[in-house]
Design a protein around this ligand. Structure first.
Ligand SMILES: Cc1cc2nc3c(=O)[nH]c(=O)nc-3n(C[C@H](O)[C@H](O)[C@H](O)COP(=O)(O)O)c2cc1C
Ligand code: SF4
Ligand code: SF4
Length: 306
């Protein structure tokens, strides 16, 4: 048995070198699949794994002697690397400064985002945690102002053909099925958004992707934990911030390109491999504006259970 993803259907293969295993039990402790146990003082395969090795690699990353190796589900011992020294990691103060300095940026200078910067963003984003390895996040990269603009032009054309979706008769028809808050959301946000996107694009103004010099669309597959693309996009966003870029998440495109024939065509035309429950676009570029103050934010609620 194994958990299926778009990239792996088989369980990982666990190889243990009993000669060099010192029986410390670290691998057993970190394996949440219950694939491992200590038998006769050495690591061994257990008889009752939960799903079958998911290929997370934790056992081989923690093993002090290199006695355990995992193959399959896209992972192998080749994927292990030396940890950067703890002292080289940013401390809380540095991280908080980065977080507090960030603003959503939609105004960009002409400067393109250099290929090595794009690579750095991806190298950071790929470290993101995921619901289940191997990551089922896909990334579509729109490199260049013309590409992000064309994507937005096509999206607005697509929205133009979908206008019935926010028409008064359709919303009235749907209200008993999707409820009051969805009705409020559609009338107060989605319909005006259609009008603004399409209306501004007719005037040549792109308020979908803001003609950003770079955009990345993070999306899943039918197997992906819906949070995974969002987690990866967030990591990419902060990595870009640390490299001096301005960024903005765009949530408006993804939900509208999931269902129906037109949406499928749009996805196909833009190299998007799957429909998926969640996804988000992040735009990047060197800002042409500079904020002078931060803005204090609050959560809707923070509840401590006593
Ligand atoms: C999930 C998500 C989706 C967003 N979608 C859009 C969008 O479609 N268009 C846009 O202009 N801004 C979008 N934003 C940016 C928000 O409007 C922005 O984060 C918010 O106004 C607060 O500003 P700040 O990010 O500077 O704190 C989105 C942000 C998030 C986190
Ligand atoms: S790779 Fe993960 S699931 Fe597989 S044996 Fe190691 S810790 Fe367990
Ligand atoms: S972590 Fe390595 S040395 Fe320790 S029990 Fe597991 S395989 Fe053996």
């Amino acid at each position: 048995m194994a958990i299926p993803t778009s990239r792996a259907k088989e369980k990982g293969e666990i190889r243990i070198d009993r000669e060099i295993c010192i029986g410390c039990g670290d691998c057993v402790e970190v394996c949440k699949d219950f694939s491992l146990e200590i038998r006769d003082g050495k690591a061994a395969l257990s008889d009752n794994p939960a799903f079958g090795c998911i290929g997370c690699g934790h056992c081989m990353a923690i093993c002090p002697t290199g006695a355990i190796r995992i193959y399959g589900r896209t992972i192998s011992p080749e994927d292990l690397f030396d940890l950067p020294p703890a002292a080289s990691a940013s401390d809380y103060g540095q991280l908080l400064s980065l977080l507090r300095r960030r603003r959503s940026i939609r105004e960009f200078s002409e400067r393109a985002v250099e290929p090595e910067i794009i690579e750095k963003i991806l190298n950071a984003a790929v470290t993101s945690p995921m619901g289940l390895p191997p990551s089922d996040v896909n990334v579509l990269i729109l490199d260049g102002r013309e590409k992000t603009r064309q994507f937005a032009v096509d999206f607005c054309e697509f929205l133009g053909r979908m206008r019935w979706f926010v028409s008064s008769w359709f919303l009235t028809l749907m209200r008993p099925f999707w409820g009051k808050s969805n009705d409020e959301m559609f009338r107060g946000f989605v319909k005006p958004m259609f009008d603004i996107f399409i209306g501004q694009m007719k005037k040549g103004v792109n308020v979908v992707t803001y003609d950003a010099p770079l955009a990345m669309y993070f999306y899943g597959s039918p197997f992906t934990d819906p949070a995974d693309p969002i987690v990866a996009a967030t990591t990419a966003m902060y990595a870009a911030e640390s490299l001096g870029l301005g960024t903005c998440m765009l949530g408006s495109v993804h939900p509208l390109i999931q269902n129906g024939r037109g949406a499928r065509k749009f996805r196909e035309n833009h190299g998007i491999k799957y429909a998926s429950r969640e996804g988000v676009i992040v735009i990047f570029g060197y800002p042409s504006v500079e904020y002078r103050k931060g803005i204090r934010r609050t959560f809707a609620s923070t509840t401590f259970m006593n």
